[in-house]
Design a protein around this ligand. Structure first.
Ligand SMILES: [Zn+2]
Length: 334
């Protein structure tokens, strides 16, 4: 592995990576969930609006548009923030309402939570939500049924399955690049795993959240060269507004949670800025639209077969009742 420290210019002038922001406050993370009850969220000083504006201004500076997965709880309290994100040209998507791990819910509870969140985000913006991201990447082998529910609720894509071994999430043998998932109810969803690298037969997390902060930044820069070069695929990058807020109130907790949440908060903004300056990014929706146009752009959705085929995603027809939203270029259902 070559961990050269410099990136002179974008590694790939054509490839546009996918960038996303999970809009939640610093006290709503799973690491503190056993200490901070959801009933008490209203009593904590909120910093999500200020921090999200910080992200929006950074994105504006580098003319980057991304996907913002809103927590419904945040959207319902700060509808003007939802409108601002949409007004600046970003895609709105859903990050649940209560930030509960999906494997802790029944399918009926999950459906109710998803509908509440979707309504809270759609109502102020008028946007039709296409994408979902589970709290704490909690679509695992125990909760794959959630993809059926999402497809039934009209979502077109999901970005919730982390192909790693982790104590809270992950399906270690899941596919590592965007693909079309056929649900057990016959519908389909496009799945966008967060970026991983495979070393010695093991998948390691790549360009997201705590891993962007905790790992040496040379590792991140290497991944941004390695993935496009070896796989011709865009990276799926994510982070949270609270990660750009080193002055947030400190919550006392066990060492592991403390490490995951607070390490390198002061370095995060400059790291994100470095990526925005040196690479090109897009929201999920634009990646899907680009596939729809069948333009010869690097980074295609993979079909279930070994040989990738181009995929058409009929965005205009992606109504809640439309069922399977992803169809193959030859018109057949995937
Ligand atoms: Zn989250």
């Amino acid at each position: 592995m070559n961990l050269e420290p410099k990136v002179g210019r974008p590694a790939s002038p054509v490839l546009r990576h996918i960038i996303s922001v999970d809009v939640e406050d610093y006290f709503q993370v799973e690491a503190f969930a056993d200490r901070i009850s959801r009933d008490s969220w209203d009593t904590w000083p909120s910093r999500v609006v200020t921090n999200t504006y910080k992200v929006l201004d950074l994105f504006d500076r580098y003319e980057v548009r991304g996907t913002f997965f809103f927590l419904g709880w945040v959207a319902i309290r700060f509808p003007s923030l939802v409108r601002e994100v949409a007004a600046r040209g970003h895609e709105l998507a859903c990050h649940s309402f209560w930030h509960r791990p999906i494997y802790s819910l029944s399918p009926a509870q999950f459906r109710e939570d998803t509908r509440m969140a979707r309504d809270a985000i759609q109502q102020p913006s008028g946007a039709r939500l296409l994408g979902y991201r589970a709290p704490t990447w909690s679509i695992t082998s125990k909760s794959l049924w959630a993809l059926d529910v999402l497809a039934e609720e009209g979502f077109v894509y999901d970005s919730s399955i982390y192909p790693i071994n982790h104590d809270l999430c992950g399906i270690p043998k899941a596919r590592r690049f965007p693909y079309v998932h056929r649900c057990s109810n016959g519908r389909s969803l496009c799945e966008f795993p967060p970026t991983t690298v495979r070393l010695a037969g093991v998948n390691f997390p790549g360009a997201g959240g705590g891993y962007l902060r905790v790992f040496p930044f040379a590792y991140t820069r290497w991944i941004f060269r390695h993935i496009p070069r070896k796989h011709g695929q865009p990276l799926v990058v994510y982070f949270h507004p609270w990660e750009l807020d080193p002055d947030q109130p400190r919550i006392r907790h066990k060492l592991r949670s403390h490490f995951r949440h607070y390490t390198n908060l002061r370095r995060m903004e400059s790291r994100i800025e470095h990526l925005l300056r040196n690479h090109r990014f897009q929201p999920f929706q634009e990646f899907l639209s680009a596939n729809n146009t069948r333009q010869p752009e690097a980074g295609k959705l993979e079909n279930r077969s070994a040989a990738p085929r181009s995929v058409v995603v009929p965005m205009a027809d992606a109504r809640p009742q439309a069922g399977a939203a992803c169809t193959a270029a030859n018109g057949s259902q995937l």
